[in-house]
Design a binder for this molecule. Structure first.
Ligand SMILES: [Zn+2]
Length: 578
């Protein structure tokens, strides 16, 4: 008789509502970190159950072992969310046993979340507040909020890994479709962060109470929060980690003060879990910062073994290639990405495999984007030479609402995935860059990472960097204004799909015209500036970029973005629109 083995997939959510509701950088980080922590607790529990029952457990994604979960080097990046919210394992037991383990893991995960909320309540509210009542609410809210799904599939033969895994994914999708939506029964006033669950209150509400009376009870409850949370050390009164007028549910509260919990859990000192400043600190003197969301392209094909690593000794077992992808992504996410983000004074929100969210001061955005993208294709650091990735980059003012900036970053990542390379017709492998001006104006453009100029292939990011400097230092915004005025009438207004097309199908002639006009305007700009401009090089660069973008309007937006970013970074702020 062959030994029974099963595949297990376990997923922890809801990701969006854990992260998207962020009003503060601290909430954003902790939402991601809590998910990562819960996944880690689940994996540890699985190993523990395996040991207890004498069953083998192998994590195939993420590539964690009992040892890596305890690793010492990890301490450096201990506050980074690096465990993806779903994991896949091979368990040396039949499906029934494996399903039992999954149920047990679910209880552990819920228990950890409850513990986090209860500790938060104890930290925030002093004795004398009815914490018992709050703990009970926390219990109910965690039960309803966490979405834990799992599926198992028998794996009779390791050679059948890929088909078993496909089946497993189908089962998981079915389980998610059949979920019971437990409507939150709201009896009080809702949380000011998530707007979903009741805010915690230490008094009962009577049935006939008015909103005014209920609000008064809430206010009284939250007035009792400990003094250290009311005000930052050097901050204004009422501007602390929990602001005056903020009333949180158990889960949002658990997230808001989770760093204390994690410091204790991870047994680290007070300097760790401390660096999540506000967007204002992050932006620094320039007042603008960037959010970047990166995602590997065609990951399904990598995991299934359809895409292979050239030059790597590889058995044809699909399980082996799955393991290899896991291992490489783990290394990339846990080691390469955190160091890169740190180098540019950024804040890494999460790095789960190929999925990255980071924030960085404006001065480092292009260099970091370039470094991450290159590392992903570096077999020593990332997935491999054939691997590509798409990225959304959003440049925003420090005071623009965080959730809006995040929405844009994700949307831009999606737009980048839609990119079709104008010459090769290949898809993806691009980045979309958006600029959210303080005035509310939005400009965006999608560009390939590599493009072709007269001098050969060039990195788009380094070219953008160069233009940002040139346009920021040397050129008044009249350059772009004149260009827009010359070409917009030929395009029709707000057309995101059309390219300059004066000479019908003759692309070369159209480009010649564009280049001539660019050279004329650049030469004029040079006369007005006191610095030398390499007119020919810039015109070549810009013409090639025009060829790479989807429309002339996007090209104009591109120039406006580089001009504005250049103005913020290198020029006088007066010239920077918005
Ligand atoms: Zn809430």
């Amino acid at each position: 008789m062959t030994k029974k083995q099963s595949l297990l997939v376990f997923s922890i959510g809801p990701v969006q509502s854990f992260i998207a509701a962020a009003r503060k950088l601290e909430d954003l980080w902790s939402g991601s970190y809590v998910l990562s922590y819960l996944a880690e607790s689940g994996i540890k529990r699985l190993f523990h159950l395996g040991d207890e029952q004498g069953l083998s457990v192998e994590m195939v994604y993420p590539a964690e072992t009992r040892e890596t979960l305890q690793d010492k080097w990890h301490e450096d990046h201990v506050d980074i969310a690096s465990i993806p919210n779903r994991f896949v394992a091979i368990v040396g037991g039949n499906q029934i046993k494996t399903a039992e383990m999954a149920r047990n893991i679910a209880e552990t995960v819920k228990g950890e979340m409850k513990r986090l909320c209860v500790e938060a309540i104890a930290l925030v509210f002093p004795e004398g507040v009815n914490r018992e009542r709050m703990n009970q609410v926390a219990d109910e809210q965690v039960e309803k909020a966490l979405e834990l799904f799992w599926a198992t599939e028998e794996l009779s033969d390791l050679q059948q890994f890929e088909s078993a895994r496909a089946q497993l994914e189908k089962r998981l999708a079915a389980a998610k479709n059949n979920r019971q939506y437990s409507a939150f029964c709201q009896t009080g006033l809702i949380c000011t962060v998530c707007s979903q669950r009741d805010a915690l209150c230490d008094e009962e509400f009577a049935e006939n109470e008015t909103i005014g009376q209920m609000t008064a009870k809430l206010r009284t409850t939250w007035e009792k929060r400990n003094k250290s949370l009311k005000q930052y050390t050097r901050g204004e009164p009422g501007e602390g980690r929990i602001k005056a007028g903020e009333y949180l549910c158990a889960i949002c509260l658990g997230k808001r003060v989770s760093r204390e919990f994690f410091r204790k859990e991870k047994n680290v000192d007070g300097n760790t879990f401390n660096r999540f400043e506000s967007t204002i600190d992050l932006a620094g003197k320039k007042s603008y910062y960037a959010v970047m969301a990166m995602d590997g392209d065609n990951m399904g094909a990598w995991f299934s073994g359809e895409k292979k690593f050239p030059g790597v000794e590889q058995s044809d077992s699909q399980l082996d290639s799955y393991r290899e992808v896991s291992r490489r992504l783990g290394f990339f996410a846990k080691r390469v990405v955190p160091s890169a983000v740190k180098k540019y004074d950024g804040q890494l929100i999460y790095a789960g495999g190929d999925d990255i969210l980071a924030m960085v001061p404006l001065s480092g955005v292009f260099a970091l984007a370039q470094e991450l993208r290159q590392a992903f294709s570096d077999p020593e650091k990332g997935l491999g030479e054939q691997a590509t990735a798409s990225m959304g980059i959003v440049i925003a003012h420090q005071k623009s609402p965080l959730y809006n900036t995040l929405d844009w970053a994700r949307a831009m990542e999606g737009v980048a995935k839609q990119y079709v390379h104008t010459e090769s017709k290949k898809e993806k492998d691009a980045f979309s860059l958006a600029y959210l001006a303080r005035s509310g104006e939005i400009r965006y453009v999608t560009l390939p990472w590599v493009f072709v100029t007269e001098g050969g292939k060039r990195s788009m990011v380094s070219c953008v960097q160069e233009l940002v400097q040139e346009l920021g230092r040397n050129m008044s915004s009249t350059f772009i204004y004149s260009f827009g005025r010359a070409f917009m009438p030929l395009l029709g207004t707000n057309d995101y799909s059309r390219k300059l097309n004066i000479f019908e199908k003759d692309q070369e002639k159209n480009e010649g015209l564009l280049r001539m006009e660019l050279e004329r305007l650049l030469a004029r700009a040079e006369k007005q500036s006191d610095q030398k401009i390499d007119v020919s090089r810039m015109a070549d660069c810009l013409t090639s970029i025009h060829r790479a973008v989807a429309s002339t309007l996007q090209f104009i937006h591109f120039m406006e973005i580089t001009r504005n970013v250049g103005g913020i970074l290198y020029g006088s702020r007066v010239n920077a629109a918005g």
